[in-house]
Design a protein around this ligand. Structure first.
Ligand code: HEC
Length: 148
């Protein structure tokens, strides 16, 4: 919880604190704009999304990029949405508490795939690697300055 507050505060300064040690797979200033998930992973995430999420966050006729939160009309795409998440971890940590009627029920891999799908819907690019790793790894991938 303390780390969440620190990261939230940092997001206002649009910079991430330097990580103490160099991570195995991502640099300490890794960005979600660097191709941190694969196209195949996005496709898997899309399938899971249709199965588990679109009931409450429907995909609109505008296509896979047009996700809306059924209650408030608040989309899961766009600047206002993405600004709430300073790191890929923060988004992942919300996604893995979904679906609202079965929090945590899908397993880590499918939550990673769903996170990739939502990042891609927010116009971040697919690359050659899969989004993977533990929470610490995901905390080192920034979103705040990458999607502009
Ligand atoms: C039973 C309905 C329901 C289902 C199914 C559901 N959600 Fe949600 N979701 C909600 C509600 C309600 C909120 C807003 C309140 C909250 O955070 O609990 C929300 C919020 C979110 C948010 C945060 C939105 C924001 O504005 O930052 C994300 C991301 C999200 N859901 C992703 C998913 C994903 C991915 C799935 C599929 C695994 C999913 N949801 C399935 C009900 C649902």
């Amino acid at each position: 919880m303390r780390l969440f507050i620190v990261l939230t505060t940092l997001s206002f300064t649009a910079s991430l604190a330097p990580a103490a040690a160099r991570p195995p797979s991502f640099g300490q200033n890794a960005s979600a704009a660097d191709g941190v998930f694969s196209a195949a992973q996005v496709q898997r995430g899309r399938e899971t999304y249709h199965e588990k999420c679109s009931f409450c966050h429907p995909l609109t006729p505008r296509g896979p990029n047009a996700m809306v939160n059924g209650w408030e009309g608040d989309p899961l795409v766009g600047d206002a949405f993405l600004k709430r998440y300073a790191t890929v971890f923060q988004l992942f940590d919300v996604v893995r508490k979904m679906p609202d009627n079965d929090p945590g029920g899908l397993g880590r891999q499918r939550y990673l795939d769903l996170t990739a799908f939502i990042l891609e819907a927010n116009r971040l690019p697919a690359g050659n690697r899969e989004l993977a790793g533990d929470d610490e790894t995901l905390k080192r991938i920034g979103i705040a300055s990458s999607a502009r």
